[in-house]
Design a binder for this molecule. Sequence first.
Ligand code: SAM
Length: 295
Amino acid sequence: MSKSGSRPKGGRKGGPKGGQYRAKKRLGQNFLADRGVIEDIVAGSGTGEDDLVIEIGPGMGALTEPAAKAARRLVAIELDSDLVPGLKARFALDSSVEIIEGDILETDLCALIEEQRAKDPGIDKVRVMGNLPYYITTPIIMKLLEDEVPAASITIMMQKEVAERIMAEPGGKDYGALSIACQYHCRVSEVCDAPAEAFRPQPKVDSKVLRLDLREEKAVSPKDEKLFFDVVKAGFSQRRKTLSNCLASLCADADNAKQAAAGMLEQAGIDPARRAETLTMEEFARLADTFAETR
Ligand code: SAM
């Protein structure tokens, strides 16, 4: 893992048109000002010269320009209508870069990727990249995973604590539904750290860049994927309670729900007194299959 985060280089004060720009806190605007971190993100993403980059929240384009140089094409989606004209002007002469004004959470990325491949059949892999707006980090990640966006990798900057939850193994307080969702769909690796000083304005938290490589085959093979995630969510719904308490909500017989949940757990070979944070993904899959068989 790189240590580039320890060498901030100072920020860009001007806005997209060269004037002063006041960052919008409500849109999570902390612009990258550390060339080392920017280079590490692009290099760490593994972007090849024939790849398509989808950038989430280009801001003033700090990551956009070097990512576009590394790639064949780049499409960037920015919500802030004050930033879009400057971005469009900056890349007006580069036909390989498209700036779209829009909300990433409302964007049909599968359709967008299909359109790009139709426009340019020479596109190889798709790389999603971004210094994410932290107020919607988890919804963005969950959308990318649940929509099964056909990308090879997702390389994203996020609050360090969220990165730790994504990477967490069973047994600790950070391990939860987000860890399982990410590790089920992806192999997760660290790219670099970024201290608050790497941004303008500086956030109150430190950050980390993770790369999520989408798996061709999921980490486990539950019979019913939706039910698997229902069991995971129910399991972590009350972290201090035992699994038989947490999973009662999934049992139809309301009067005996806790006993029914305990029975399912025993059938799956799992002690009903355990807590969700101690279960491996394989155990969750086995448990979900037990629920599936009895439905
Ligand atoms: N990539 C730039 C950089 O590193 O300097 C900006 C990163 S800043 C942390 C997050 C960017 O995401 C901002 O430009 C913000 O306006 C944009 N943004 C916020 N919410 C968004 C959304 N729902 N869809 C797309 N972009 C969004």
